[in-house]
Design a protein around this ligand. Sequence first.
Ligand code: PLP
Length: 397
Amino acid sequence: MNTIYMDNNATTQVDPAVYDEMKPFFTELYGNPSSMHRFGGQVGAHLKQARERVAALINCEPDEIIFTSCGSESDNTAIRSALNALPGKRHIITTRVEHPAILSLCKFLEKKEGYDVTYLGTDEHGRLDLEELKKSIRKDTAIISIMWANNETGNIYPIEEIARIAKDNDVIFHTDAVQAVGKVPIDLEKTPIDMLSLSGHKLHAPKGVGALFVRKRLPFRPFLIGGHQERSRRAGTENTTGIIALGKACQLALDHMEEENTLVKTLRDKLETGLLERVPDSILNGDKDNRLPNTSNISFGYVEGEAILLMMDQLNICASSGSACTSGSLEPSHVLRAMGVPFTFAHGSIRFSLSRFNTEQEVDFIVKNLPGIIDNLRKLSPFSAEKQGLTCAKSSE
Ligand SMILES: Cc1ncc(COP(=O)(O)O)c(C=O)c1O
């Protein structure tokens, strides 16, 4: 069996059509779009088309797109821009389940720069309480940043409602839509979002390119200062190949979103049902009825996720675990901890994230082989027999 790749929330395969589109910009059309000569200028025309394609996917104006190097840069730019534009406002609202691109920045701003941050909690399915959001807004709130879709559980958040709450309270609203763009219809003409982050490598474009939507007339402060690229909003010679690729990937996503979601969801549901039925003590994490069509996060109780991943790796199956091994203690993911998933289950969580390149045969292979792997690991596991939980240190957080 070839590699079975079900880790698409980590990164995706570049679509062959995207690769074909970007190739000439390495070898033939390698000019700098800022150059005065026609050779460079013609690249500028392709960048314009890419910007239009990205804008079409999220229904905004092309000028509202700033190309960046990745989702993390877009997130950092958005939050820093709001804080710098509103120096009197020292409060940020976000959630406990954001990606580290937001969470680590907020912790840094809190600890090193004296900002006040409210981290909204979730219920056991990872859902937010919008009343809690409303109550946490203050006169000095500079920005609310809440992700559109969660990278671990796939949970989709009620972004339209959240955007309206922010607007009613005159607070800048940013959403990290890195996992949502290309999988969820997004209409920025109808939704009062101020800033939105996206990343190429999550939607079949290469790594190293992202974008930030910034609504027209929103006060904006650049993160990278230097040349006048991106209308002086992001300095640095453009990653022309990456931008062309991102444009093509966005065009493909817009043209095929519905059929692709149907295909991927059918495969995901078959995988999920097969595993939950065949593996005792397994639970689904997240909001079953409101999540990305490609994501399934399953906890297999009384066994370690890392051990499952290693055994799956022997069979060439790629997925992710919801815990990371640091300094000898296995830390369950911050997302599962925020949801209050019991310790012995959080440790055995595996995230499967599918794409249009997966097949039914791959799903069948996993459903056939994984239950036996987990059964064997449980037999070997000292804590499993008594179902006492893991022996390694618990996180102090
Ligand atoms: C929700 C979310 N935000 C931000 C990022 C960071 O994106 P990038 O890897 O492009 O910096 C990721 C990547 O996993 C993500 O899943």
